[in-house]
Design a protein around this ligand. Structure first.
Ligand code: SF4
Ligand code: SF4
Length: 233
């Protein structure tokens, strides 16, 4: 219904499914029937996604957004013909860029997993309204996106510090933390969306949640080592 509904995940899924190009058609900017002006959100999402696919080695021209009214049939046909021509020139996804099929698959999977984190980190810019096309290329820079991926954070609960108060578990938005009474809590890295809520929520007197920057996360401690023995019990 609205181009603003299109998520980064939809676009990356299309590429993961082997589409050679993705075209998004939105209503003309500033002509939205609603106060939401979702086509601006779509534009920002596309600008971000173009930098992301460029980061993994794909040609950003495989993703295009254009704005037009439903009465502009001729313009629509022209734009689509031009896009199809461009995508044909680029060749099949990955092959055109010289990326091995399996390598591309794992790169797309890796960035798809980071979508919640990316959206969180770029939330402010994703909500901006760019006034003219000259600003489009400046919203997200290649260096900024390279830094974003090189500085991905992870969260880890230090077994020796966790007091099993359960606060992080209750506040985690995606149920990525496993715990229980007198059990050291652990984070399921596969489920974690790196929102940082547990880091903020863990009481300072425990400070058990560690923020790990661009490093591998220690493996969770074995089940039998998770029981916390309290003094006098
Ligand atoms: S960083 Fe967010 S998603 Fe990950 S475990 Fe902590 S609260 Fe849950
Ligand atoms: S909030 Fe901190 S101390 Fe409490 S269960 Fe979570 S990691 Fe452990």
């Amino acid at each position: 219904m609205c181009s603003g509904r299109i998520d980064l995940e939809f676009v990356l899924r299309a590429f993961s499914n082997g589409m050679d190009g993705v075209f998004i058609g939105g209503c003309r900017l500033n002509e939205c029937n609603y106060i939401t002006h979702g086509n601006y959100d779509a534009l920002n999402m596309v600008l971000l996604c173009r930098k992301i696919i460029e980061h993994i080695g794909l040609n950003p021209e495989r993703l295009r957004i254009e704005f037009m009214s439903s009465g502009e049939g001729i313009l629509f046909a022209e734009v689509i013909n031009d896009f199809v021509k461009k995508v044909k020139e680029l060749g099949p996804l990955g092959k055109g860029e010289g990326i091995d099929e399996n390598e591309l698959k794992s790169k797309l999977e890796a960035v798809t997993k980071l979508i919640p984190y990316i959206k969180l980190m770029k939330n402010e810019k994703l909500g901006t309204r760019l006034k003219n096309p000259e600003e489009y290329d400046k919203l997200f820079t290649s260096d900024e996106i390279d830094t974003l991926f090189s500085e991905v954070v992870s969260y880890y609960i230090e077994p020796g510090k966790c007091q099993a108060c359960g606060i992080c578990l209750r506040k985690c938005p995606v149920e990525a933390i496993a715990g229980g009474k007198n059990l050291v809590h652990i984070i399921d890295q596969e489920k974690c969306i790196k929102c940082g809520t547990c880091f903020e929520a863990c009481p300072p007197r425990f400070s058990a949640v560690m923020k790990i920057l661009a490093q591998s996360v220690p493996l969770p401690i074995p089940e039998e080592a998770r029981i916390i023995i309290r003094e006098g019990k």
